[in-house]
Design a protein around this ligand. Structure first.
Ligand code: SAM
Ligand code: SF4
Length: 326
């Protein structure tokens, strides 16, 4: 499926819930977000039906996210359902990792191919601070559970924030020397409550690379399985890699291949744009797979050429990251 800028749209990011068991300061307001009634959220069967129609439109890869996708009951079953759709060749998950010790093996068996785990600091007190109460040891157990279950690669998402974890850059790089983890540094985006935090806390990829290069020899590395917008490097001989995701300094809109589906069944053509297309109503009114696929194609066609977060901040966007699906 091609959009109006000749981009091939084949990737659907699905938010399965707005809820989360953490409250990261750059992502969620302290009091959480307004709760959506359960009936408003797509059921697991409805999500699977959306994916069935999405493959008719050309989607080949899905990622489950949220909120925290693993707080949604039945994720293993959902992955099993999506794994039965022959055209889908990649199923991935972005998680904070806390529930992986209980779920990783079953998720893998059900057909999940890859996991990305978010981890912003290697210090327990700082972890509790940034997540407003989370325990770092829970995430480490989650990372181990993912590796034990056979997930490879395991990617780590680290949002770099000046004055918070910028002093840990070298520690994260060192981590990849011995452990086959793929640490990806993400530029902080001015989203929702964190707009002002992003102004002071934002660090560009260029600055990070400069700072890492002052201490380490790093060489460009080929893409780590799963592709995506990250640019990878590695310390020669290291087990893992480091990657950089630069939505602000080098926005990757020209290569953007994705659509997003919110937990309430709305398609979002672009992370930044407030435009949403209702898929839930036709889905619940009995639309055929082809009719749903046509709506998905329309959403792809309405993808803007690019976002401009640096200029607009999050102006006009009512939703926070957990509602859009990060
Ligand atoms: N709960 C899961 C997790 O934390 O991985 C999945 C959802 S979370 C919204 C997905 C990703 O978005 C996380 O890696 C998180 O760090 C990132 N994220 C959230 N707010 C962000 C922001 N303002 N700027 C950059 N990345 C952000
Ligand atoms: Fe929850 Fe993930 Fe947002 Fe943190 S980044 S509050 S874990 S959804």
């Amino acid at each position: 499926m091609q959009d109006t800028y000749q981009r091939n749209i084949n990737y659907l990011r699905i938010s399965v819930t707005d809820k989360c068991n953490l409250r990261c300061v750059y992502c969620m307001p302290e009091g959480g977000i307004e709760q959506v009634r359960h009936e408003e959220i797509l059921s697991l069967e409805e999500i699977a039906r959306v994916v069935e129609s999405a493959v008719i439109a050309g989607i080949r890869k899905v990622r489950f996210t949220g909120g925290e996708p693993l707080v949604r009951k039945g994720m293993t079953e959902l992955i099993g359902m999506v794994n039965k759709i022959p055209e889908i060749d990649d199923i991935a998950l972005t998680t904070n990792g806390i529930l992986l010790p209980r779920l990783a093996a079953g998720l893998r068996k059900a057909g999940l191919k890859r996991v990305n785990i978010s981890l912003d600091t290697l210090f327990p007190e700082k972890f509790a601070q940034i997540t407003r109460g989370g325990r770092l040891s829970d995430v480490w157990r989650g990372i181990e559970a993912a590796r034990d279950a056979g997930f490879d690669p395991v990617k780590i998402n680290t949002v770099m924030i000046r004055g918070f974890n910028s002093d840990e850059i070298q520690d994260f790089v060192e981590l990849t020397r011995k452990i086959p983890l793929h640490v990806r540094f993400i530029e902080l985006m001015p989203i929702g409550a964190c707009s002002s935090m992003a102004r002071d806390g934002y660090i560009s990829t260029d600055e990070l690379i400069k700072s890492i290069s002052a201490k380490h020899v790093i060489v460009p590395e080929k893409e780590v399985a799963g592709g995506g917008p990250a640019k990878y490097y590695k310390i020669p001989g290291a087990s893992g890699t480091i990657g950089f995701i630069s939505p602000i300094s080098n926005h990757f809109c020209a290569g953007c291949n994705r659509l997003r589906l919110t937990a309430e069944g709305r398609l979002r053509p672009c992370l930044q744009s407030p435009e949403e297309i209702d898929l839930k109503t036709p889905l619940r009114e009995g639309a055929s797979l082809q009719e749903l696929a046509d709506i998905i194609k329309l959403a792809a066609e309405s993808k803007p050429e690019k976002h401009d977060l640096t200029k607009t901040g999050w102006a006009g966007n009512k939703r926070v990251m957990t509602q859009i699906g990060g």
